[in-house]
Ligand binder design. Structure first.
Ligand code: ADP
Ligand code: MG
Ligand code: MG
Length: 211
């Protein structure tokens, strides 16, 4: 059964950084089409800093680790996404008080708390062409799979797919939040960059949890 330690979580961060780092041109292109072109640079800088701090982060308990990740993301990523990820990690930290490991159920609670925090901070709903549109379907799928009693393997694989499909669906959405709202067509026909990088993170986390 799944049991992620704070050291495991740092290992996941390193892998997410690799995937984000490798997709610079692609994500920059996405944010250039509907925004100001800096999303990859913002998020890449944040993860780079987290990787630099890895040795320190992995000595912390999960509660402190998530709070630190939130602080680093908030200060280093910048832009809209920095504040939103900062809030997400601070929200998730609260679910991890007194926990030494993250079980599958805990991981569902962590993602649900991130979703709540991002929706509250961004004053945004699912379907509004933002990072929420990858995270929300992932959380819904996670909760439903646990309720149905699906195996952990099946659950984690389905959550990964839900996050990727969710990001893909932003192509058909009109933006109600974020810079794509300034476009005449509200970004219709384009992927939301923040949803794509959210799906990178969720996918990497699910892959790591499946090992
Ligand atoms: P900025 O738009 O300030 O340049 P980034 O480019 O780093 O910031 O991030 C843009 C992403 O942030 C968008 O693609 C979208 O996914 C997300 N986003 C923007 N505003 C909101 C919001 N109010 N709620 C949720 N997500 C948002
Ligand atoms: Mg931007
Ligand atoms: Mg910007």
């Amino acid at each position: 059964a799944l049991q992620l330690t704070s050291k495991d979580y740092v290992e996941y961060i390193k892998r997410a950084y690799e995937l984000i780092h490798a997709n610079g041109d692609y994500i920059t292109e996405l944010d250039s089409a509907t925004g100001d072109g800096d999303h990859w640079s913002n998020i890449n800088m944040g993860f780079e800093k987290l990787v630099e701090e890895a040795d320190r982060l992995e000595t912390l308990n999960l509660f402190e680790e998530f709070k630190e990740i939130g602080k680093i993301m908030m200060s280093v990523i910048g832009g809209s996404s920095g504040v939103l990820y900062g809030s997400a990690y601070l929200g998730a930290a609260k679910t991890l008080k007194d926990k030494d490991v993250i079980t599958s159920k805990d991981l569902c609670d962590v993602l649900a708390a991130m979703l709540d925090a991002i929706m509250a901070r961004g004053n945004a709903q699912p379907g509004w062409k933002t990072m929420i549109d990858s995270l929300h379907p992932a959380v819904t799928c996670f909760k439903e799979s646990i309720e149905k009693g699906l195996s952990e393997e099946e659950t984690l694989a389905l959550v990964k797919k839900a996050s990727v499909d969710g990001a893909e669906n932003t192509k058909n959405m009109e933006a109600v939040r974020g810079r794509a709202t300034y476009q005449a067509n509200k970004g219709l026909g384009h992927l939301d960059p923040g949803a794509v990088t959210m799906s990178y993170q969720i996918s990497t986390l699910m892959d790591y949890a499946l090992e």
